[in-house]
Design a protein around this ligand. Structure first.
Ligand code: PEP
Length: 260
C-alpha cells in the first residue's frame, strides 16, 4: 500500500454477535463508496470472521484478525493460528494494548506473532503506545523504542514493507481522552527515526503509521492532518456504521487534499 492511500481500521473488540455483525456489514456497505484512496479494514471477533469473509466484497472492505497465535498448528487449546486465518484476513492486529495489559502479552509474543503473520501472507499491525504513568514519568519515547525493537527484531527490510505500525497511547484508548496533535507528531517523529536507525531512510519514509485512541468523526480530520500519519485505528466509533462511515469520508477528504 502506498503512503498516499489512507488506511482506516475498525476494531470491534469483543462486540457484535453473528447476526449483528452481518447487519452492520450490510449497512456499512450501503454507506461506503469504494475509493481508491482509502482502504477500509474491519476487525471483527474471530467468531464472525469466517462468515463475514463470505459476505464482504473485498474490493470494499478487507478483514483483520484482532489477535492470533504464533504457532501454525498443534495442541494449543482455544487458539487460532495465522495459518488458519490465511486467505480469510489481510491484516492482523498484533500487541494491541488490551492484549498487552489484560492478557499480559510481551514483546516476545508480538515478535513471534509478527513472524507468523509474515510467513502466512497477513499484514501485521503492530500496536505500540505508552501508559498514563509512563507518560507522566517522561518515558513515552523509550516505551515506543522498546516495543518497536521488541516486535520487529526478526523482521527484514523487505518484510517491513508489509508491516503497519499503530501508535495508540494506552491512556487514550476507550477513555475519551484525546492526545494532542503535537504529542502524536512527537511520537510519529520518534517512530520514524527509530525505523530509520533500524532500516534506513527509505523505510522510515515509507512505513505506514496509524494513530488510534478515542478518535471520533469530529476529531478524525485533525489526526489525519498530522504529518506522517497514514490512517486511523478506530475502536468505539467503529461500532456505529454511520459514525464509521463519517470517519472513512474524512480519510477520503484528507487523501484528496494531499493530492492537490
Ligand atoms: C482501539 O481499540 O484500538 C481503539 C483505538 O479504541 P478507541 O477508539 O475506542 O479508543
Amino acid at each position: 500500500m502506498t503512503r498516499d492511500k489512507k488506511l482506516i481500521i475498525g476494531n470491534w473488540k469483543m462486540n457484535l454477535n453473528m447476526h449483528e455483525a452481518s447487519l452492520y456489514v450490510h449497512q456499512l456497505s450501503g454507506l461506503v463508496q469504494s475509493r481508491r484512496d482509502v482502504e477500509v479494514v474491519l476487525a471483527p471477533t474471530l467468531l464472525t470472521i469466517q462468515s463475514l469473509s463470505l459476505q464482504v466484497d473485498r474490493r470494499q472492505f478487507k478483514l483483520a484478525a484482532q489477535n492470533l497465535y504464533w504457532r501454525d498448528y498443534g495442541a494449543y487449546t482455544g487458539e487460532v493460528s495465522a495459518r488458519q486465518l490465511r486467505g480469510i484476513v489481510d491484516y492482523a492486529l498484533i500487541g494491541h494494548s488490551e492484549r498487552r495489559h489484560i492478557f499480559n502479552e510481551t514483546d516476545k509474543d508480538t515478535r513471534s506473532k509478527i513472524q507468523a503473520c509474515i510467513r502466512n501472507q497477513i499484514r501485521p499491525v503492530l500496536c505500540i503506545g505508552e501508559t498514563a504513568s509512563e507518560r507522566a514519568n517522561g518515558e513515552a519515547t523509550d516505551v515506543l523504542h522498546d516495543q518497536l525493537i521488541g516486535g520487529l527484531a526478526n523482521v527484514t527490510s523487505d518484510e517491513l514493507e508489509e508491516v503497519v505500525i499503530a501508535y495508540e497511547p494506552v491512556w487514550a484508548i476507550g477513555t475519551g481522552d484525546n492526545a494532542l496533535p503535537d504529542d502524536v507528531t512527537k511520537a510519529v517523529v520518534a517512530i520514524r527515526s527509530q525505523i530509520k536507525h533500524l532500516y534506513g531512510a527509505t523505510a522510515a519514509k515509507n512505513v505506514c503509521i496509524l494513530y488510534g485512541g478515542s478518535v471520533k468523526a469530529d476529531s478524525a480530520a485533525d489526526y489525519l492532518a498530522i504529518n506522517g500519519i497514514d490512517g486511523l485505528l478506530i475502536g468505539g466509533a467503529s461500532l456505529d456504521a454511520h459514525a464509521f462511515n463519517d470517519i472513512i469520508q474524512k480519510a477520503h477528504d484528507s487523501a484528496a487534499k494531499a493530492k492537490k
